[in-house]
Design a protein around this ligand. Sequence first.
Ligand SMILES: N[C@@H](CCC(=O)N[C@@H](CS)C(=O)NCC(=O)O)C(=O)O
Length: 225
Amino acid sequence: MKLYKKMKLFYDLLSQPSRTLFIYLKLNKIPFEACPVALRKGEHLTEDFKEKCSKFGKVPFIHDGDFRLTESVAIVRYLSEKYNVNEPLYPKDAQLRGKIDEYLEWQHHNIRANCSMYFIMKCIEPLFKEVPDKKLAAFKKRMEKSLVDIQELFLKDQEYLAGNSFTVADIFAATEIDQLRATGYDPKDNRPVLAAWLDRVKSNCEPYYSETHEIVERFAKKSKL
Ligand SMILES: N[C@@H](CCC(=O)N[C@@H](CS)C(=O)NCC(=O)O)C(=O)O
């Protein structure tokens, strides 16, 4: 009998792309061994970690036997090919996939950069140094511009980011946008289009959405105290 080793996913649920991959794997019923890495404890900062685990010293990453891969978007593409689970979250159809990839390329310098920088300025940097109000305001402005773009450039005439079907692009975006609640900022406020989309994405991902966002929920509650 041939014994297959399960792929290992290294992640921290406080990391947006980690939550995306966790949800993606669960929705596609791809078996994996969950290997949490506690970023807050600095478990990823050692040279040993970089050499043996992830050359970039970041999560998420996978070990699939001897094969190691970092970068969440690259991992989704690898998994969709390896497990042939393209439909419906990352369809093979050239035009459908083109639209998903359009968002995935756009997000790096927009939603990903601007929402995570606001989170860092509001929740992480103050643990080490004072963040001037002016600096925080500048990051807030960029983050809000990205939210406007999501509504106006992507959701104007369609239900989801890449068309009228729920895809992996929506999972990537929702995990970034929802994390803003941990800073005490509700991205749904005064944005009915974005709010309705976020609710749709969440219900497509349940029960894994709630499972992976428990930590965001905890931060959000704390931010209101
Ligand atoms: N582009 C990467 C981003 C990876 C990344 O920035 N991970 C963060 C958590 S969200 C991390 O591990 N940060 C630890 C550090 O930079 O020390 C991906 O999509 O996988």
